[in-house]
Design a protein around this ligand. Structure first.
Ligand code: ADP
Length: 175
């Protein structure tokens, strides 16, 4: 059985990621979408929230499984017996880092290969960062993420704003 891993932050998942998942799922027998649990990246959504979003939008894909991992991707790929890592290439800016990563991983374990899928043109500009930027100002994100996830993203920014306001109130009353 050909098992591949598609790792990422997915903070939050976008139409670009979904396109990658749907296309990859057609190529391999089983696709494990693995959410990187990296607190150093200071993600907006918890791992649990990101896993839940991915589960919701991949319900229609029977050979796709959602998990999360800590530490080195190559160790996790070995642990789950995945011989393929799938990554997306949007632009030349992605290329240098991705190449370095893929080559490093092959030195660590030559049994695990990286396959790159080039982005679909309509999503070439799209990143989680863009989604967060627009959502943080309450802008329209319907072109970037599925409708059923939009409310969660706006809700998250409402929580962040409430927390920030509460902090300011506290600091103000201390003066
Ligand atoms: P990371 O933090 O590892 O870059 P991301 O969640 O940003 O994680 O992306 C995960 C993977 O999805 C990466 O391989 C990235 O290149 C790819 N990807 C992200 N956005 C798009 C997009 N719009 N089109 C195609 N691939 C994408």
């Amino acid at each position: 059985m050909k098992r591949a891993i598609y790792p990422g932050s997915f903070d939050p998942v976008t139409f670009g990621h979904i396109d990658m998942i749907e296309r990859s799922a057609k190529i391999v027998d089983e696709l494990v979408v693995a959410v990187l649990n990296n607190s150093a990246k200071n993600p907006l959504f918890s791992v649990k929230e990101r896993v839940s979003m991915l589960e919701e939008i991949t319900k229609h894909l029977p050979n796709v499984k959602i998990t999360f991992f800590d530490g080195l991707l190559i160790d996790y790929a070995r642990k789950i017996d995945a011989a393929i890592i799938i990554r997306g290439l949007r632009a030349i800016t992605d290329f240098e880092y991705e190449l370095q990563l893929a080559q490093t991983n092959r030195i660590v374990d030559s049994q695990v290969d990286t396959i790159f899928l080039t982005t679909s043109l309509e999503y070439a500009y799209l990143s989680s960062t863009i989604v967060k930027e627009v959502a943080s100002y309450g802008g329209d994100i319907s072109h970037f993420v599925p409708e059923q996830l939009m409310e969660r993203i706006y809700q998250k920014y409402a929580e962040v704003r409430n927390r920030t306001d509460a902090k300011h109130d506290c600091n103000g009353s201390e003066q």
